[in-house]
Design a protein around this ligand. Structure first.
Ligand SMILES: [Zn+2]
Length: 427
């Protein structure tokens, strides 16, 4: 089976060189693309042809850190009291919401997120999930929901000690089961300040056993450093280094705002990756990310705020201009480094045959030299017209082909109403 994109203007996602022509897109988990002179005169019944005249085609996007479980919080009534700080926000909103999730709501949250990803041209998601009262089967359920929409996912559970040892034991078992089955998975932890030494040790042992990595929030707010220092007499990254978290090239440290120079040097000297989530940091008023003193292993995520990586990149750039003298080239690299994380670590499904067709009727010329200007000042997810994942068309002319969008949205709206009622009863 092949998909042909005729009359495309292909923007090479690494070099930004623009090449016009007809592209043959291979199917499969790690299929490639190649330019062909002409579309074969006789196509097989499985082959598809998409005319891309006047459109840009480039690599689809991927999200380095997401929380599908928060999808049904969109428009949710706020807590009765305004949270005074980051910890109160966790306690009054997120730690309440994740406890209210049952298996049906976990599934609907994942479907809502996957659908949003499809519409935004995001074909791979690294997810950090929490539903401490509905742990068993949650990882496979999330993966199944993403798969139904045609999106690839690398899931994990954000384990912590806040719901007692039974919940974290269940979470370790759920994670271990998925890893033992050879399915893509990371060992997830919430953050240093909510994870005791025993759980931290067990998580690292699990990651070692299956050559996985740890996906954990790190120094998102000052409270992570303060609590870690008070309990363990060291800083967050020192604790992670000591416990083995940083030994894995699959490890993802998320946020990394409140790191001192020494910690930045430790992260740089390790094979671990960092995920930046600028809008979430702004939303939580916890500070601004800076790549100073870190390696180039920084990628972008959304932290559950939305599923639009173009928006994430633009936010990282505009806030980063002041916070870290960010350049468009550096932020664009961060947007794309998730592809390196996934390929270097052997995760399937993020090959060159993941593409977006952009209907971008720019009033000015688009070239290799000025593509970044268009990327940050012109392009938006509204220009995503068609999306190809694993060589398969999953969105065509803004219509999702894999699931009945209206039917899914009716289910997620009903799910959200149930979740909000439950939260109101918990108050
Ligand atoms: Zn997060």
């Amino acid at each position: 089976m092949s998909l042909y994109l005729r009359n495309a203007r292909y923007v090479d996602w690494r070099t930004l060189k623009i090449k016009p022509g007809t592209i043959q897109v291979e199917g499969g988990a790690d299929g490639g693309i190649r330019f062909v002179g002409e579309v074969p005169s006789e196509l097989s019944p499985e082959d598809r042809l998409l005319d891309c005249r006047g459109k840009l085609v480039t690599r689809a996007f991927a999200c380095g850190h997401h929380h599908a479980y928060s999808a049904l919080a969109l428009g949710m009534p706020p807590p009765e009291q305004v949270p005074a700080d980051f910890q109160q926000k966790l306690q009054m909103v997120w730690w309440k919401l994740d406890r209210a999730l049952d298996p049906e709501l976990v599934l609907l949250s994942a479907l809502a997120t996957a659908l949003d990803c499809a519409r935004n041209g995001v074909t791979f998601v690294i997810d950090h999930h929490s539903s401490p009262m509905a742990v068993e089967g949650s990882l496979d359920a999330i993966a199944g929901a993403f798969e139904e929409v045609g999106i690839n996912v690398l899931p994990c559970l954000e384990l912590s000690d806040r719901d007692g040892p039974a919940a974290s034991e269940k979470g370790l078992a759920e994670t271990g089961n998925r890893l033992a089955a050879g399915k893509p998975c990371l060992v997830g932890l919430h953050a240093s300040f909510t994870v005791g030494d025993e759980l931290l040790t067990e998580a690292v042992l699990l990651a070692r056993k299956y050559l996985s990595g740890i996906h954990v929030h790190a120094a998102e707010d000052a409270i992570d450093q303060e609590t870690t220092f008070a309990h363990y007499g060291c800083r967050v990254i020192e604790r992670f280094k000591e416990s083995g978290v940083l030994e894995f090239p699959r490890t993802i440290l998320v946020h990394g705002l409140h790191l001192d120079r020494g910690e930045r040097a430790i992260v740089k000297g390790s094979p671990a990756w960092m995920a930046e989530n600028m809008e979430s940091n702004q939303n939580n008023r916890v500070g601004f990310f800076s790549g100073e003193g870190l390696s180039s292993r920084v990628m972008l995520g959304t932290d559950g705020m939305h599923s639009d990586m173009l928006k994430s990149a633009q936010a990282a750039y505009f806030a980063g201009i002041d916070a870290e003298k960010a350049s468009m080239a550096e932020i664009y690299s961060r947007l794309r480094r998730v592809h390196d994380y996934l390929s270097e670590n052997g995760f399937a499904g993020d090959g060159e045959n993941n593409l977006v067709v952009l209907d971008y009727p720019s009033p000015t010329p688009v070239s290799e030299e000025n593509f970044l200007g268009h990327m940050f000042y012109g392009l938006g997810s509204r220009h995503v017209e068609s999306v190809i994942a694993r060589g398969r068309l999953i969105v065509e002319n803004r219509k999702v082909l894999t699931v009945d969008e209206n039917q899914v949205l009716a289910l997620t709206r009903a799910g959200a109403a149930k979740l909000w009622r439950r939260l109101a009863e918990m108050a």
